[in-house]
Write a protein that binds this ligand. Sequence first.
Ligand SMILES: *Cc1c(COP(=O)(O)O)cnc(C)c1O
Length: 352
Amino acid sequence: MSGWKDNIRQVVPYVPGEQPKIKNIVKLNTNECPYPPSPAVEKAVADYAKSDLRKYPSIACAELKDALKKTYPVTDDMLFLGNGSDEVLALCFMTFFNSEKPVLFPDITYSFYDVWCDLYNIKYKRVPLNENFEIVPEDYFVENGGIVIANPNAPTSIFMPLESIENILSRNRDVIVIIDEAYIDFGGSSAVSLLEKYDNLVVVQTFSKSRALAGMRVGYAMAGKELVDALEAVKNSFNSYTLNSLSQAAAAAAANDIDYWQDCCNKIKATRQRLIKELDALGFDTLPSSANFIFTANKNIDAKSLFEYLREKGIVVRYFNKPRINDRLRITIGTDEEVNRLLDEIKNYIKR
Ligand SMILES: *Cc1c(COP(=O)(O)O)cnc(C)c1O
């Protein structure tokens, strides 16, 4: 009886930050954009909804690819689109990491990477960040079955210069190196400029953060044609229509509105600078951020207790109960008003 239980796949899933139902919440826990998407998005979705929903989505995604080509130096056959960059990354792991040697990624990084490795039975090794929470390129000059690096890294917010990425790429020509650029628009420079030189590079980006479309689930990879063809073949062996029509329309509209996108990024960067400065005055030590979040600690404050205090006040940030980082909070950059509320409550906490 219940012998079927033996045949059920057991996995430990990734747990995303919560989406709590709190009135008047200041939600600074999942790195969403605090501003709405470009006004062009609403119109594009409404227009599409009126016309063509009875049809399957476009597989070519031509409109969205045309929009992306305005910003990135790539051709259609170098673009792979998916249902959020999580899906794009999952398909990259399935497609590119098929070695007996371990895949390498930092010990402190996006906690989905080890989940996908476990899902696909990919061997992996965590490479420790240095004491400043930086990636050490030389640590990746060892035999491996592939490399995945978030740049800027999460939750550290630190950007690794492109020269270091290039060092890693040039010393790993026989494996695929994935650079996950979910936060690249908030301060770093993209590795897309290295695609011409390195056929082992895959750059993954998302519409969820800087383009304010987390709910639409759109992500993309940029790589040489051979790698994109391999990704397409794997995807089409699983689900040909990963990216729905409304998401394609929304993402194309967002990608075409370059001014609005840059404006959002600039506002977030300005708010980030102010938040770091004000926290500094309160005795916090914040890592240098190139992302839309900060990773901060205060040696006089217990991070978990501050996290819980803020939550009671309706301000939700992220606390990771993990070695090396359990004295820190990851705080998404909100609007200026949200950040003011956060700072007020931190001051209240200190005053208690
Ligand atoms: C947010 C995030 C993603 C995934 O974003 P999607 O919403 O799935 O596009 C991927 N990598 C990192 C490091 C992220 O923080």
